[in-house]
Design a protein around this ligand. Sequence first.
Ligand SMILES: Cc1ncc(COP(=O)(O)O)c(C=O)c1O
Length: 379
Amino acid sequence: MTEPLLMIPGPVPVREDVLQALAEPVRSHTSAENAAAVRRAQRGIRGLVGSEAALVHVFAGSGTLAMEVALVNHARPGDRVVVCSEGFFGDRFAEIGTALGNDVVPLRSGWGRRLDPEEVRRACAAGPAPALVTVTHVDTSTGVLADVAGLVAAARECGALVVLDGVCATGAVEESMDAWGVDVVITGAQKGLGLPPGLTVAAVSERARERRAELGSIAAYYADLRRWEPVMEEPTRYFSTHATSLVRALGVSLDAIEAEGLGPRFERHRRVAAGLRAGMAALGLTPLTEAAALAPTLSVLAVPEGVAEADLRAGMAARGVLVAGCLGAFAGRGIRVGHLGNVGAAEVEQTLRAAASALGTDPAAALEAAGADLGALTA
Ligand SMILES: Cc1ncc(COP(=O)(O)O)c(C=O)c1O
């Protein structure tokens, strides 16, 4: 059976050369070769997040572990943590902070809408200064691209450290960690980095490292960045076994990302998003996300009257294309289509054809509409 095309905003399609790197003989976790691969990964991640000097941690885990790492290392139990939430994954920071005993102040934008930086200013003024403010660059449940520069500026005015969740953005959307004043950017392997799932990535500023040092002992062991720091500075050292094959494959993926060039890569994501949305609109599926906040990495689309989203997804899956259902307040109202990483015109075309066929419609109008942004798509 051929594998379906992954257009879920989950794990993305992986390049053949990256898969080949994963299949190579396993390396020792303390070898010079693995250390070189870790350094190569760190250099590449610094480029993607826009930082000259952040210390990049890469270890086995997931995006959620990276979120937990960002909170447990930089805020004490009882510290105020302001969570800028634009959906399900923003809310996850509030859940983690609550589990860690932080004094969590959730700011919620309403589903599909952007949070106004003034809300952060109001929250800062309304109580003790927050130790930390979290921002989700793209919330994968609502398709909202946050006003990161605005939210970070507001957070910095009250002296907070800023954590940016880049799971659905890093490597696909421009990030300027140093210029924005972000202290920690976190991500996982399986989206913009173009790998199978399995890595926790955190780029940590000098200011955040100082905060970690001030906290002293924390209620974490594997997630304690002070235990990882010596390893990330000299990767032949041991704390816990490196994910050697994934780190090697990350280097191959970063080579491809850098060969494409970040500017052209971000532009490709914008064009793919515009093309996919134009094509879907021709099929009657329109964004649930407000127009000003549409992310280039996924589309959250309402299904037409009379169409059950589960039936549409099942119909598309039967035609070899996997898309996801909606979460939270949008559950049952539409579908989520991921288009980040290695997705291009061919994948958009396959997705539009599958959707049209599942809806029992001719794909020509959708392909023509998408072609205005993507070219070479007309039937
Ligand atoms: C924006 C965002 N943050 C965090 C996560 C959690 O990542 P993981 O599923 O790797 O734990 C996800 C997962 O999709 C996400 O989209």
